[in-house]
Design a protein. Structure first.
Length: 609
């Protein structure tokens, strides 16, 4: 059984250290497996009870928005996986709005085509030297490279869709031999969450189906223990038979239970030095050893939630707000279809005497009844539609769809495409419009970025353990760093400052020109231009490596001053010669002015006089 290390968080780290008296010996772990199995199965059952209301709610959301991202039950050998799922979706506006919102969040917060994160100093008053800045920039670039070469961006695209639909998405980040990291994303219905004392999810359980071939391959690649039942099926060639596999990730706190501590020892799932633990096992199979057990030094999953409520482990989503509108749209679209069909294929009526006679009324059904003494023996429509009614129901569907799209922020992510009325006249006005729209997304941006920081810390820890980062410079050793986000959405929120500074620079330039023309002091003398340039660069995310260091600036200034003084030296010498010639030719009391200055003839008399 392998123990794989990652980092630590305060809560799980503290829990893992409580009465940590268990042994690290594998045989002791094998003896305690029956107790651990009982604990895991019991907690899985309790988490299932707590999740029931969310699970039922997710089913309705999936039914009307995106059924393919939801599992109703996790059972092995489901042969109906390819059955139609979208029977309840007649109008796809909700599904398209979901995609727009999810893709907008993905491209706005984790866009792989541009930088969206960087390391930064945790204390604002810290001054970073050039070595520290170079290390931060280099580490950020290395992290971006690892993310780009893994499946991070593809899984995060799906995670944002789950987040928008169900309000929750828990990607799991594993260390990978080929790509450094690899992400797995359980779908709704597979996972269970529980919160710690800080009201943040710190426990993840899940169920999923694996074939015999997948279990054998997984155990081999993860140094796990393959159950005898699975081995036998593999040897018999039954590679595609499925089993339900259970998975638990939780803080590595000592387990307790009736009779567990009678011997004076407590049970840890993995050695107590790991703050987090993970177990894979076959569901309900107590006799088989666990498929795998691992320990982690940092939280290995990201508990992404759109909106948090108190101690709820699961989040609320914008699709929950739009569910009523989507239901109304589906019902009205069905009725609109019936209305149109009755117009082009109306139900028909005919005299009873025509029953059992040859007729051809293919568009609709025929109702035979007495038409009054047989006076009307022809076919005739029983229902005639009114075109005005169709316009009314179409207008109402459009109105409800607009409400639905607004709930999913389509007007924000498609702001330029859907811009109406008077167009913005300049960059400042366009920025203010964007900021006004982005205000409603401010809270969720903060929440998601806080959860993405967990993922980045996990990635950096894996890279550090694998020797993929440069050693920290002395100026950064022992100093805290933070993960900053420079995504498109974050820059849009900061753009107001940049636009205001740009407008101020233009105004100061005009004032400076006016002051020079009037011959009065230049107002630019009151502005710290070097600091203003750096602040503007920060507001616009200008690359820090393109700035000269203060020492380099000083050296350049000194070199420039020296060059100017050398250029001015010949002119100064010529000016001195010219001045001497002028003095020598200027008469002063019978002598020249030069003679008087140097104490020549007549100079003393003149001085005495």
């Amino acid at each position: 059984m392998a123990y794989i290390a990652p980092d630590s968080l305060d809560g799980p780290t503290l829990l893992s250290r409580l009465h940590a008296t268990s042994s690290d010996k594998p045989d002791k772990e094998a003896e305690d497996w029956n107790r651990i199995f009982t604990h895991l199965e019991a907690r899985l059952g309790m988490l299932r009870n707590w999740r029931y209301s969310w699970w039922a709610y997710w089913a309705i959301l999936a039914q009307f928005f995106n059924p393919r991202r939801y599992h109703w039950v996790i059972v092995a050998n489901r042969m109906w996986k390819g059955s139609p799922l979208n029977d309840s979706i007649i109008d796809s506006t909700g599904l398209q709005a979901l995609r727009t919102c999810a893709h907008g969040m993905w491209s706005g917060l984790t866009n792989p085509s541009r930088p969206w994160l960087k390391l930064d100093k945790a204390l604002p008053w810290m001054e970073l030297d050039p070595d520290a800045k170079d290390w931060i920039d280099d580490t950020t670039q290395r992290c971006e490279t690892v993310l780009a070469q893994s499946n991070f961006y593809t899984e995060m695209a799906q995670a944002f869709e789950d987040l928008t639909l169900f309000g929750t998405a828990p990607p799991i980040i594993y260390e990978d031999a080929e790509d450094v990291i690899h992400l797995y994303l359980p779908c709704a219905g597979e996972y269970y969450l529980a919160c710690g004392s800080r009201n943040e999810p710190n426990t993840l359980y899940r169920e999923f189906a694996y074939t015999v071939a997948q279990i054998v391959e997984w155990c081999a690649s993860n140094n796990g223990t393959c159950p005898q039942q699975v081995k036998k099926q593999y040897q018999e060639g039954s590679l595609d038979i499925e089993h339900v596999v259970c998975h638990a990730i939780q803080p590595n706190a000592p387990l307790s239970g009736k009779g567990w501590t009678e011997s004076g020892s407590e049970v840890h799932i993995v050695p107590a030095r790991f703050p987090w633990c993970e177990v894979y096992w076959l569901k309900g199979n107590k006799t088989a050893a666990p498929l795998s057990k691992r320990g982690f030094l940092e939280q290995p999953f990201i508990p992404m939630r759109w909106s948090k409520v108190s101690n709820d482990a699961y989040g609320r989503s914008p699709c929950m707000d739009a569910l009523g509108d989507n239901k109304q749209v589906q019902a009205e679209t069905r009725r609109k279809g019936e209305f149109i069909e009755k117009g082009v294929r109306p139900p028909m009526g005919a005299d009873v005497e025509l029953d059992n006679k040859p007729y051809s009324i293919m568009p609709g059904q025929v109702t035979f009844f007495s038409t009054g003494n047989g006076q009307n023996k022809k076919f005739f429509p029983l229902f005639e539609v009114n075109a005005a009614w169709l316009q009314g129901i179409t207008a109402d569907i459009d109105m409800v769809n607009k409400r639905l799209e607004k709930c999913l922020f389509v007007d924000i992510f498609m702001a330029i495409t859907q811009m109406q009325g008077v167009q913005p006249r300049n960059e400042l006005e366009l920025t203010k419009r964007d900021l006004e729209r982005l205000q409603v997304l401010g809270p969720v941006i903060e929440i998601v970025e806080g959860q993405l920081a967990i993922a980045i810390r996990r990635v950096l820890a894996i890279m550090d353990r694998r020797g993929m980062l440069k050693p920290r410079p002395k100026s950064l050793q022992g100093l805290p760093l933070k993960i900053s986000f420079i995504s498109i959405m974050r820059l849009a929120q900061k753009s107001a400052q940049a636009v205001a500074m740009k407008d101020m620079f233009a105004t100061m330039g005009e004032l400076s020109s006016a002051a020079k023309a009037a011959g009065i002091p230049d107002p630019l003398r009151k502005m710290k231009l070097d600091q203003a340039a750096e602040d503007y660069g920060d507001a616009t995310n200008f690359p820090s490596h393109l700035w000269w260091t203060p020492q380099e600036v000083l050296e350049h200034d000194q070199a420039r001053a020296k060059a100017m003084s050398q250029q001015q030296a010949p002119g100064q010498a010529m000016a001195a010669v010219t001045a001497a010639k002028t003095l020598s030719e200027t008469p002063l009391g019978g002598n020249s002015a030069l003679s008087a200055l140097t104490g020549g003839a007549g100079g003393g008399a003149a001085a005495a006089a």
